[in-house]
Design a binder for this molecule. Structure first.
Ligand SMILES: Cc1cc2nc3c(=O)[nH]c(=O)nc-3n(C[C@H](O)[C@H](O)[C@H](O)COP(=O)(O)O)c2cc1C
Length: 331
């Protein structure tokens, strides 16, 4: 790494800010960045200290989030007028170094890339029921194409029996999480001014076919289940990969963000239901019964919504290291 100037470059700050718009498990933002000298490149690193130890013991979801951040960096570089040169997991001796991104040849961004780039600040995670109008088939086809272009597979779960099975697996995993005091405490710590805003979590989490995260332990206060708005569950989809290595997790994250941005550009948002993927048995069952042997990485509901809930992000000075000065230090 060359150390050539004192303040972080504006490009690096821009890339760090854009990367951080990615989704991450319960807004844990498990990433950090290093600016490599003047225009020499941008490192994406896993911040292992921000991983959710009980929810995500293997770090798979944290790496997926970093993959989503990487897609944002690629898009930001395209918007600046360059092709990104991406090296995934460039240093086998340093597993936290997830990617190196440099600027290659000059080439203006095309209209499709601009569409995705403009959707970045508009994309938000949804929780609860969607509007009743379905996601159009041509849009679902386009989302499948986007996932495939990044080396992942998006499968729509619309057959009633398969949907029921998935709903059962989500329910069972969510019940296991809710009954585990350590897990519930980890989830509750994610709520607040720096994580998921409290007002987002005030609705009962079980308002659709797929059980939601109970961030505030609300389900304990209700003797009866709330009304389930089955028709307003939206379109249920599973994003999977052929293998299950760290490369595949990074690929899933890039595919995830690419399809979420395309959806957001068409006013469709996503809700996440990744609970069964965090426990070995339900994840294995999903693999054999629902994804034809592919490794399930993310479970989503897609639909239209009139409400958007922005969540806060750490400032780039907290995540971006430069010239040997660690992130968060005064410069
Ligand atoms: C791998 C992964 C798993 C997630 N799992 C859930 C989930 O099960 N429930 C949920 O409500 N949100 C989930 N999220 C969404 C995050 O909570 C959300 O991205 C974060 O709060 C930031 O908000 P934003 O997406 O609106 O920017 C997940 C995100 C990622 C990347």
């Amino acid at each position: 790494m060359s150390l050539t100037h004192e303040a972080p470059g504006r490009v690096a700050l821009h890339l760090a800010r854009t990367a951080a718009l990615a989704p991450s498990p319960h807004n844990s933002q498990p990433w950090s960045f290093v600016e490599e000298g003047h225009d020499h490149g941008f490192e994406l690193r896993l911040d292992g200290g921000r991983r959710l130890i009980l929810t995500d013991p293997g770090g798979r979801e944290a790496v997926i989030a970093c993959g989503a951040a990487l897609f944002n960096v690629r898009l930001a570089v395209r918007r600046l007028g360059f092709r990104p040169a991406v090296d995934l997991l460039p240093d086998p001796g340093d597993p936290g170094h997830l990617a190196h991104v440099g600027c290659a040849a000059h080439a203006p961004a095309g209209p499709d890339e601009m569409l995705l780039a403009r959707a970045m600040p508009r994309r938000h995670t949804h929780r609860g029921p969607f509007e009743p109008d379905p996601v159009p088939d041509p849009l679902l086809d386009a989302l499948r194409d986007h996932a495939r272009a990044e080396g992942a597979v998006l499968q729509i779960v619309d057959e009633p029996e398969r949907l029921r099975l998935l709903a059962d697996l989500v329910r069972t995993a969510e019940d296991t999480h809710r009954a585990d005091a350590g897990h519930a405490a980890e989830l509750a710590r994610c709520v607040g001014p720096h994580g998921i805003p409290r007002e987002v979590c005030r609705r009962h989490p079980d308002g659709t076919l797929l059980a939601g995260r109970d961030y505030l332990g609300l389900s304990w206060y209700f003797a009866r289940q709330p009304k389930r708005w089955s028709p307003r569950t939206g379109t249920v989809a599973i994003l999977s990969t052929r293998y299950d290595t760290r490369q595949d997790w990074l690929r899933s994250g890039q595919a995830l963000q690419r399809l979420l941005l395309h959806a957001a550009a068409h006013d469709v948002m996503a809700a996440f239901h990744t609970q069964p993927l965090e426990l070995p048995a339900p994840r294995a069952r999903m693999r054999t019964r629902l994804t034809a042997g592919l490794h399930p990485q993310v479970v989503l509901r897609l639909g239209r919504t009139t409400r958007a809930w922005p969540t806060p992000r750490r400032a780039p000075v907290e995540t971006l290291a430069h010239d040997g000065v660690p992130a968060g230090c005064p410069r």
